[in-house]
Design a protein around this ligand. Structure first.
Ligand code: NAD
Length: 311
């Protein structure tokens, strides 16, 4: 019973994800606070609503794809939010694909569970919210090849799998509520730190007289090989088709990386865990954003963070 899908948040990612669901034959209703984002759908005859609440009234399932935790809370618990619309709650499943902190996901999931129980919907005491952040970026959203990392009740995950596979190529069940969000921020923290490590090694190597292309060959056939060296090399001219070879345009912005690292830092602080590399990486990406490189791909750390002469 997941025919009618309400999609909220039609930005860089959400626009393509909602479009792929339409192509797959789902009955979509959309909402965004940005009128232009909404117009792209209403012009095609897709029902576009002014509030999340109105979307909820005509949907079996809601998908949100919003910038950050505060936007997600607005859409769920704010005025005209999904949980405050009428006494009757229509959707029985809520999926949040935004990258937010696991604590907020878990709190929302509990609230939704309470609302659904009041409505006598869902399974006894089991929250029917899934946190399902994605990996892959805008090109993958467009091509329908995203990877979904999903936390929440397994039955709900299985019911939603066809939806995920209309927007992506892979889904990974991560366990209970908030675990999808946790997986996403851990992935991005490892990616940030490996990008910084590789970039720093290239800078030092160049200053010691070894070229980036020689060092790349060595890394890629030695123990330093990683995604940042063999698939997303940060040094301009080493690889084709990656952001470093087009002035760091396109790709995953430093601003989003700073946001994700901030989520990781606060999640670690909340449980009293020491994560020094995460804090350092967060500070470096914040500094890059302050210097004006917020919209450049995060691999621009190679060119714009380290001082001294570089290629
Ligand atoms: P975006 O800023 O392009 O789009 C967000 C959309 O949400 C905008 O259209 C905005 O108007 C809308 N919005 C904001 N607040 C709203 C509200 N209260 N009610 C209704 N609509 C609201 O962001 P994006 O790049 O599409 O990213 C969305 C999420 O996906 C983020 O959490 C991001 O971290 C994550 N993500 C992004 C990428 C990427 O490469 N862009 C990759 C993986 C994950």
């Amino acid at each position: 019973h997941l025919e009618r899908v309400g999609f909220i948040g039609l930005g860089n990612m959400g626009f393509h994800m909602a479009s792929n669901l339409i192509t797959a034959g789902y009955k979509i209703t959309v909402h965004d606070i940005n009128y232009n984002a909404l117009k792209k759908f209403s012009e095609k005859g897709i029902p576009a609503k002014e509030t999340p609440c109105e979307v909820a009234e005509s949907s079996d399932v809601i998908i949100t794809m919003l910038p950050s935790s505060s936007n997600v809370l607005d859409v769920y618990t704010g005025r005209n939010g999904l949980l405050h619309c009428r006494s009757h709650l229509s959707p029985w499943l809520f999926i949040d694909s935004s990258t937010i902190d696991p604590q907020t996901s878990r709190m929302l999931s509990t609230n939704i569970s309470k609302c659904l129980l009041k409505e006598k919907k869902g399974f006894a005491n089991n929250p029917l919210m899934l946190d399902a952040p994605v990996s892959g970026g805008v090109p993958a959203a467009q091509a329908g090849t995203l990877t979904f990392m999903v936390g929440g009740l397994e039955e709900a995950y299985l019911a939603a799998k066809p939806l995920f596979l209309s927007m992506g190529k892979q889904t990974i069940y991560c366990g209970s509520s908030g675990n999808g969000a946790a997986a996403k921020i851990c992935n991005n923290l490892a990616m940030a730190v490996s990008m910084l490590g590789v970039s720093e090694a290239f800078v030092l190597g160049q200053h010691l007289g070894i070229t980036a292309s020689t060092l790349t060959k060595i890394f890629n056939s030695s123990s330093a090989r990683c995604w940042s060296s063999d698939s997303y090399n940060p040094v301009p001219g080493i690889m084709e088709g990656v952001p470093s070879s087009r002035n760091y345009d396109g790709g995953f912005t430093s601003k989003l990386m700073a946001k994700d690292l901030t989520l990781a830092v606060s999640s670690a602080a909340e449980i009293g865990l020491k994560c020094p590399l995460t804090s350092e990486a967060r500070d470096i990406y914040m500094e890059l954003c302050e210097k004006g490189y917020d919209s450049k791909d995060f691999s621009c750390v190679f060119r714009h963070y380290y001082s001294g002469k570089q290629t």
